[in-house]
Write a protein that binds this ligand. Sequence first.
Ligand code: SAH
Ligand code: SF4
Length: 452
Amino acid sequence: MPKGATIELIPVISPDPLPENGKLFHIWTIGCQMNEADSARVAAMLHEAGYRATDSEEQADIVVLNSCVVRQAAEDKVAGKLNSLIREKRARPDMSLVLTGCMVTNQQEKLKERFPHVDLFFDPSDFDSLKHFVPELAEMEDDLETLPHYYLEDVADTAVSAFVPIIYGCTFLCSYCIVPYRRGKETSRPFDEIVSEVRGLVERGVRDVTLLGQTVNAYGHDLPGKPDLADLLRAVGAIEGLDRLRFLTSHPKYMSDRILEAMAEVPSICEHLNLPVQAGDNEVLRRMRRTYTTDLWLDRLARARELMPGITVATDIIVGFPGETDEQFQHTLDVLEEADCDKVHVAMYSPRPGTLSARWEDDVPADVKHARHQAVEDLQVHLCTARNAARVGQTMEVLIDSKNKGRWGGRSRGNTLVHVADDRDLLGSIVDVRITESSPWYLIGEVAGSPR
Ligand code: SAH
Ligand code: SF4
């Protein structure tokens, strides 16, 4: 699931400005937004138990690592992080080290042997284990469900935005993908529970919500009455005070007209679609077991653009899939050029043990994978340079969520990164920004009118 396609270290937790006498926790997260949402929930639980956040693992009484295994590179980073904590654990045996995330599912015995210095392994979303491990949580009478799911307190930059999981797992079996083995089959959360959860978040000051799922647009088919994502978007999108609603990741096969129409009609839903295609060649897609052709994907984009002119599109691409020829890769470049996406998360194929394609020879040499990766990046720089240059002079609505090197940073409704210099405190505000400069990756502008 994107930001999903690129593996990033996500600093979920900023230091708590008001450390009381409580113990300190530190959470390190890698991988997709679902992990980020899980980490936010762990943080909320620990906060409730009297712990306070710290960005230093040396000071923390409990260190939680939230892992990802979608590609070997991610798994290696987690192993590196775990090994780097061996000394810390020796120096401070009382520090608790906890590992969660996709690395843990069905692997606890093996991991215990490999990383004996870890005190607790728990499956993603099995928050009960944590409750029984942390004495302060175990002593609390509260049912797990009544504890807050979101860590928002006093952390201005995360308090405006929240990720809300709506469907867990995945029932597709794309031949390269480990997710279904680690996250189980698709399970939708109850409709009303999601709506009231978002309402609660908005009451606490959240303005921007992203609904999450590996196949977020498959939402509801397993629920009584079979509501779909269109129904949910309309219900959540109508919550007063919610300025921005997004959802990711969508599967092309479930990208129905009903959902696109709901997007077009509900004002709070951002004009942004995250729709991974993975490859632009039908034979490669067939072997990836993606269950659609490039035509279906292009058709869904065309329909979205017809209903919402100017909608931005992000996609994911895997290069160097087993057997991918130069010609097949060229088809991917051609399709990407035709689609003119705003953002492409490109990854080099990485065989994952237990998946179907791991049985096939990983026969595209590393240097060819690198060259294809670069070719996709180069094409995107070319497309985005032109598109962003055309945005100079336009005014965009930007939600400010960070400050870096004296400049405010935020996202447009279409998820484009925009920087502005302004003396006022704009964190958490929505501002109209008149774009003055462009680059392939971001825009620069000045605030027009009052922040709101
Ligand atoms: N559910 C989403 C994506 C989940 S995984 C979808 O269906 O598109 C996030 C991204 O990681 C994928 O989009 C894919 O581009 C990448 N990915 C997954 N498995 C991979 C593998 N074995 N090698 C390289 N990239 C992979
Ligand atoms: Fe993995 Fe495919 Fe499911 Fe996405 S749809 S999580 S790529 S199996």
